[in-house]
Design a protein around this ligand. Structure first.
Ligand SMILES: [Zn+2]
Length: 417
């Protein structure tokens, strides 16, 4: 078997194409495969417009496609692609070869391989590993993701979660919409105001879904998102999700800690300085030395300790068996916070604000019990966001981030063919 014949078999070229030359350029470390069409191609080819018979009109210049490596060596396919002309309508077209991927520079197999790498590592690293320019790889990714996204079906979407992702030092935001049942990201757009909901509605309708088909929407307590839902989705019940509420409470605990540090007092500095990580965790997740430190701090009877207990109780309310119990406990919690705060109003003001927030949003918070919505996917979105930012590091435009988000969390059919 000649090397040309061997490569012909390996590439699965069939009867319409043949490898006319294969050579190894030792200096460049590259395997070159030259391919030509056979005369049989014209028997099977038809005009893309009207299905008429075609004949060979001319050939393009020499084109090159990057293929998978042969052993450890770069492999390139070169071909002067034939152009066909229709006998009926005279239409002239470039013949699409079976190896060509969605981008002009790569073969299908190379694209599939590069897409695998893109799921695993940052784009800059992929470019380095495969020895291609990052912009070429991005363009290839855009084509696959855009193509697959255009065919995505949102017909069953009824439970949606929305969250914001900071793009650049928290000054720009993307709003990310997820299907909580299928556990996939279905839409992302710039901004974090209520106008994002109008755009999301349009995206749903462009993919066989409908904005009024949404029955529940999980989100943080953002007024903008809430009014976006009210204006766009008349059947949706807003659920303020547990994850955001507790994260919010954790922030408030830290604000109390900082206020208490500023206020000062005997032993306050030693106890609270650089202790912020302690208060963010749950007691059962603390390491031994952290437990020791926390126990020492708790002897001192500080406001921060009280605020931490408030957060833990709030968290415990979510274990309530039903909505009646939960409602009663939330109300008791709010009264308790205000009662404790009556002496140290300034230090506790973040917790009082939290109590006010809970009261103002109680219906949406209690919807958690009615719908039994799992927030696990919402919570997981945060780690998805940081993975996406890591992969698209160095590319700030939201187009790159959104495309990477769809690749990582969109559950699209990729590679798109
Ligand atoms: Zn034709």
């Amino acid at each position: 078997m000649t090397p040309e014949r061997l490569f012909h078999e390996l590439l699965g070229l069939g009867l319409n194409w043949e490898v006319t030359e294969s050579r190894f350029d030792a200096a460049g470390g590259t395997v070159h495969l030259e391919i030509q069409e056979t005369s049989r191609l014209w028997d099977s080819l038809r005009c893309p417009r009207d299905g008429g018979l075609v004949y060979c009109y001319d050939h393009t210049d020499v084109l090159t496609w990057r293929h998978l490596n042969v052993f450890q060596h770069r492999c390139e396919i070169t071909c002067r692609l034939p152009r066909g002309k229709c006998r009926q309508c005279g239409h002239i077209f470039r013949v699409r070869p079976p190896w060509e991927g969605l981008s002009m520079h790569f073969t299908k197999e190379f694209e599939a391989f590069a897409l695998c790498l893109m799921r695993e590592m940052p784009m800059a690293k992929v470019a380095e590993v495969v020895g291609e320019s990052d912009m070429r790889l991005w363009r290839m990714l855009f084509k696959h993701v855009d193509g697959a996204y255009a065919q995505a079906d949102f017909g069953n979407v009824c439970c949606v979660g929305v969250d914001e992702m900071s793009v650049h030092k928290g000054q720009e935001y993307l709003s990310v919409f997820a299907d909580l049942v299928a556990k996939r990201v279905i839409f992302a757009t710039e901004g974090h105001g209520k106008e994002t909901w109008a755009r999301f509605g349009q995206a749903l309708e462009a993919h066989q879904g409908h904005r009024h088909a949404l029955t529940q929407v999980s989100m943080d307590m953002s007024a903008a998102y809430e009014s976006g839902v009210k204006e766009n989705c008349r059947n949706a019940q807003v659920v303020f999700d547990k994850f955001h509420l507790l994260a919010n409470a954790s922030q408030k605990v830290d604000q109390v800690r900082r206020a208490e540090l500023r206020l000062g007092g005997p032993g306050v500095w030693e106890a609270l300085h650089k202790s912020q990580w302690l208060w963010r965790k749950n007691p059962e997740n603390l390491r031994l030395e952290e437990q020791v430190r926390l126990a020492k701090i708790q002897e001192k009877n500080l406001c921060t300790t009280k605020a931490y207990q408030m957060r833990l109780v709030l968290q415990d309310i979510y274990r309530s068996p039903d909505v009646t119990v939960a409602k009663r406990r939330f109300k008791i919690w709010c009264r308790w916070v205000r009662w404790v705060a009556r002496f140290y109003k300034w230090v506790f003001s973040p917790m009082v604000k939290m109590a006010q927030t809970v009261e103002d949003h109680l219906a949406g918070i209690l919807a958690h019990w009615k719908w039994g919505l799992t927030n696990a996917f919402m919570e997981g979105l945060n780690s998805v966001f940081s993975a996406v930012k890591r992969k698209a590091r160095g590319y700030r435009s939201s187009v790159y981030l959104i495309t990477m988000l769809y690749l990582v969390a969109g559950k699209l059919r990729l590679p798109h063919v």
